[in-house]
Design a protein around this ligand. Structure first.
Ligand SMILES: Cc1ncc(COP(=O)(O)O)c(C=O)c1O
Length: 392
């Protein structure tokens, strides 16, 4: 399904330099989440495509897509399940506003600064459409989450990718990002970064916000922030800055298949993102996901316990890699890390697949490194065992 662009939306896009041909591309891109995968495949789709042969294998250890190793928190599951019998109703219990009120309370953020989506993929692509143009590019780190890259290239928006470097601990270099394109429309920072798990200090993000060109936006994708427990850029949103924060429920809250996300931004920025058939997309949400998501947000103790469980599994795995002399990038504060095999990552991925372990992809800039998701302790023990077998 694709979006229908209103006359106003078309005129606004035209005024920013988008061509009629690009209108078609924008409407096909912003229909529903599903449409995104046609042109901007999700990480999940990309990870699974080459591996069709073993998708669905009952014993496969899935540490390739940065999913959570277990389901939503038990009380969140119950809240979602309780909604299934009411599935005949569009909005049985003001679930959407309950989610927004809960998020506003938890983040201490005005409720009119928050919008729900069925995941982060739509608002991410939508931000590129809304804030970039043929004259104002997109800047990201490299490697980083690539969905925005694909949208930019689909729309012929200038893309600048700034390498992460060892000398700064593989942290996103905001000064180099500004230098790469001092007139960009959108600066995208994923923190913790997918795939390195490294956190961009909030002071660096604030520096970029204060020094970026007028009219541009800094988008901070906090998909993994509950795993790091580090300070959120929502504080900058609350200060009225040109910042959009993305929060998917696909990671810590284990709702990748249920589909839910929030974005935080000043209402005028939200409005700019809503121009292209956004109203439908943020109101027609799955009631099971809304109930499950609202319940998840307040579970502080469970969030900390799950983070600690992940840290224990990550520590055990990195210790094992160290013992085996396998190089990995330091400083991950999330449920993933990069392993440098010093040889083809694609071949290593295939070798793990033969051991029934699905590890993550590599990025073009680092062809010898694979992203490995931190799963349960049992998943990571299976990863270590498979590694021992491959290295024997
Ligand atoms: C950094 C980042 N942002 C956004 C997404 C997309 O998440 P969603 O499942 O909400 O579409 C992902 C998925 O892996 C991600 O890693």
């Amino acid at each position: 399904m694709s979006a229908t662009l209103s006359k106003d939306a078309r005129e606004e896009l035209q005024s920013r330099g988008y061509s009629r041909r690009q209108f078609g591309r924008i409407s096909s891109l912003l229909g529903m989440g599903a449409a995104l995968t046609r042109f901007a495949p999700s990480a999940h789709a990309e990870t699974f495509k080459p591996d069709q042969a073993f998708v669905g294998h009952p014993n496969m250890v899935r540490i390739g897509s940065n999913e959570c190793w277990t389901g939503p928190f038990p009380t969140a599951c119950s809240a979602g399940q309780a909604m299934v019998p009411h599935g005949n109703r569009y909005e049985p219990d003001h679930l959407r506003s309950t989610l927004l009120d809960t998020a506003a309370q938890v983040e201490n953020c005005p409720v009119d600064h928050i919008l729900p989506w069925s995941g982060s993929s739509d608002p991410l692509s939508r931000a590129v459409v809304s804030f970039c143009s043929p004259t104002r590019g997109l800047v990201t780190a490299n490697p980083s989450y690539e969905a925005a890259w694909r949208t930019a290239s689909w729309l012929n928006v200038k893309l600048s990718r700034v390498p992460l470097t060892a000398h700064n601990g593989y942290v996103t270099d905001v000064r180099a990002m500004l230098q790469a394109d001092p007139n960009a429309g959108l600066y995208y920072i994923c923190s913790p970064n997918n795939p390195t798990g490294t956190v961009t200090p909030l002071e660096d993000i604030a520096w970029l916000v204060d020094n970026k060109p007028a009219g541009s936006i800094v988008m901070v994708d906090e998909a993994y922030i509950h795993f790091s427990g580090t300070p959120s850029a929502i504080s900058l949103v609350k200060q009225g800055k040109d910042v959009v924060v993305l929060r998917t429920f696909s990671k810590m809250f284990a709702m990748a298949g249920l589909r839910l996300g929030l974005n935080f931004a000043r209402p005028d920025l939200q409005q700019r993102m809503m121009r292209y058939d956004g109203a439908n997309v943020t109101t027609m949400l799955n009631i099971v996901a809304l109930a499950c998501g609202a319940s998840s947000l307040t579970q502080t103790e469970n969030i900390i316990a799950r983070r600690n469980e992940m840290i224990a599994a990550r520590t055990m795995t990195l210790d094992h890699l160290r013992k085996r002399g396998v190089h990995f990038l330091p400083n991950s504060q999330a449920n993933m890390f990069m392993v440098d095999w010093k040889k083809s990552a694609a071949q290593m991925k295939a070798a793990f697949a033969k051991q029934n372990v699905e590890i993550g992809r590599n990025w073009e800039i680092w062809p010898t490194m694979s992203r490995v998701t931190v799963g349960s302790m049992a998943d990571m023990q299976a990863f270590c065992k498979a590694l021992d077998h491959i290295m024997a």
